[in-house]
Design a protein around this ligand. Sequence first.
Ligand code: SF4
Length: 231
Amino acid sequence: MTREKRSGLLHHMPRKKTKGQSPADLIEPDSSLEDLRGAAESCRGCDIWQRATQVVFGEGAPGAEVMLVGEQPGTREDLDGRPFVGPAGRLLDEALIKAGIERRGIYVTNIVKHFNSTTRGKLRIHKKPNAEEIAACRPWLEAEIARVGPKVIVCLGATAAQALIARDFRVSRQRGEMMKSPLAPLITATVHPSSILRSRDDKSRHAEMRQFVEDLKKIARHLPPSALKRK
Ligand code: SF4
């Protein structure tokens, strides 16, 4: 990674839009996950890349039983170029350990592969991707799902759940429900770990974390022993 990327300065530089680099132009039917990761660096399928430092593609084992899908990379992930490495990722790791799910057997990704932000002074503030941007990025996610072949897809947060399960999905009411899906044998949703970090006080943070771990334990019941931690 260049020094500019590491420091997060790249998004301040003028960047040109290049035509003909949508996911449809870049995804080959026989491309591996590694090929896809490399190809996504050139993606100009929507405008989000202009505000981001670099693409953040999914990571994990090609045959992972579980695919966790969040909304988009955060600031830390945008600078590191890897998904779920910031505070929310650390909380996710802690919850997976408590639920007895083997982290190595999981593939983590996002429905949108670049960090979408708006600026406030010198700060970059997270901005939810719109329906058009989510649709533009979807071929990358579908290509990941096709290569990984997860048994269970877990949507983390409402944006992912509404994009992959149903537009009217309500995480508060339907979290933890296991459903069938054309994308995988089972799909479910729970909160995004960043929402736990935003809890108003310690007491509610602990309660939210407990419920998150319970959702992951429900998912663990549907997984083969290879995806679980040995006791
Ligand atoms: S967000 Fe997705 S579609 Fe948009 S430029 Fe990035 S990789 Fe391409």
